[in-house]
Design a protein around this ligand. Structure first.
Ligand code: ZN
Ligand code: ZN
Length: 389
């Protein structure tokens, strides 16, 4: 943690800087270290990333508040309000019970390295050990599962028509051996707490100070239950999950489909996280999309374009008969109303634009050549007369 730089320091602003000051400082630094300005400069690139990461936190009032309170630990817990709450409870328990031999006026948890405690608080084993040892310990031992995000590639047809698909992925699932508790039923007689070696008191030093207080690992009992051998005390093990999901018609590229409770399992009875599916719509060889509209090219013959007629046109809703107006030039767009992408919000569907592409025969016999020569006479003197740059 010593290696982690203070986010305010990274942006060169004070801790009381206003949102405006932060934005200004960010812009100035981002301009200076932007990769476009420093091509090939790895140091500038790292700095640029660092600046962006700092700004992401400090420009968000919620994240900034958590960062101000928890420091680098806020980054570690991913600004998860649930964890922050657990952390605060843990800390207030420490503050009320710990100060024997503490430094006068010293706030436990404010100054010393919280890394290890966080490991035990959120890493699984430690929290399982704390089971039933005082109100604070019991509270924080429960933990909600993480949210998971999964990108799925879907075809354009599926985006237009919707559908169902089965997805396989790995997620932390509940350890069945210990029923997600991290300790086996009965827990064994327990073993000596590795942090305090059984004394129930732990000393922590930071700089010139040394403090002693109730051991945070065993909450002062000196013993910790044996961890579940299957999950190592985490309460979760990686599992292969397969779920069938409905892809709604009209789903947008990069949108988020939330599947409640399909994320990582919670620990010690905590609720599971959610799974977010992010659809990526694959490019289609013949159809491109623009907003809710679709565009495709449809080959027609010279005669069809000249004389008009009815031709078959495939769409995602099945074949339709398309009326070609006589005298259609190449590139003419015909609109098929309502055959585009549906609106998720229940609005009207987009349209399908069919662009006519006049194709020429690749082989001409004598008669065809004569016909082409005849056709040529039908053009005005200069077909390019109107093209002037
Ligand atoms: Zn201990
Ligand atoms: Zn287990």
């Amino acid at each position: 943690m010593a290696a982690e730089r203070d986010l305010y320091e990274i942006l060169g602003v004070s801790r009381t800087a206003s949102a405006d000051e932060i934005k200004k400082a960010f812009r100035k630094l981002a301009r200076k270290y932007h990769p476009d300005v420093n091509p090939g400069n790895k140091q500038a690139e790292d700095r640029f990333k660092e600046i962006n990461a700092a700004f992401e936190v400090l420009s968000d009032p919620e994240k900034r508040k958590l960062y101000d309170e928890l420091g680098a630990d806020a980054l570690r817990i991913g600004f998860d309000p649930e964890k922050a709450r657990a952390y605060r409870q843990w800390r207030s328990a420490q503050q009320s019970g710990a100060p024997q031999g503490g430094f006068p006026g010293f706030e436990y948890g404010e100054e010393f390295d919280l890394g290890d405690i966080f490991e035990s608080l959120f890493g699984g084993v430690g929290r399982a050990r704390r089971r039933g040892r005082g109100p604070a310990g019991a509270e924080v031992s429960q933990r909600a599962g993480e949210d998971l995000t999964l990108e799925i590639e879907i075809g354009l047809r599926e985006a237009v028509k919707g559908g169902e698909r089965t997805i396989g992925f790995r997620r932390p699932g509940r350890c069945e051996r210990c029923a997600g508790t991290g300790v086996l039923p009965g827990g064994g007689r327990g073993r000596t707490c590795p942090t305090c070696e059984g004394s129930g008191q732990a000393r922590t030093s930071r700089g010139p100070f040394s403090f002693s207080g109730t051991c945070p690992t065993c909450n002062g009992s000196g013993k910790v239950p044996n961890a579940c051998p299957k999950c190592g005390g985490a309460g979760t093990v990686l599992e292969e999950a397969r779920i069938t999901v409905k892809v709604p018609a009209g789903v947008a590229d990069g949108s988020k489909i939330r599947l409640a409770g399909q994320g990582a399992a919670g620990v010690r009875g905590g609720p599971p996280g959610d799974l977010f599916l992010v659809p990526r719509i694959a490019t289609h060889p013949h159809v491109r999309r623009e907003g809710h509209d679709l565009y495709m090219s449809l080959p027609v013959t010279v005669r069809e374009a000249l004389e008009g007629g009815e031709v078959r046109c495939p769409t995602f809703d099945g074949d339709v008969t398309l009326k070609i107006p006589a005298g259609s030039q190449s590139g003419r767009k015909l609109r098929l109303r309502g055959l585009g992408i549906p609106s998720l919000k229940g609005g009207p569907r987009g349209d399908l634009y069919v662009e006519l592409l006049i194709v020429l025969p690749t082989q001409l016999d004598e008669a065809a050549r004569k016909a082409v020569a005849e056709l040529e006479r039908a053009y005005p003197d200069d077909v390019r007369a109107g093209v002037r740059l």
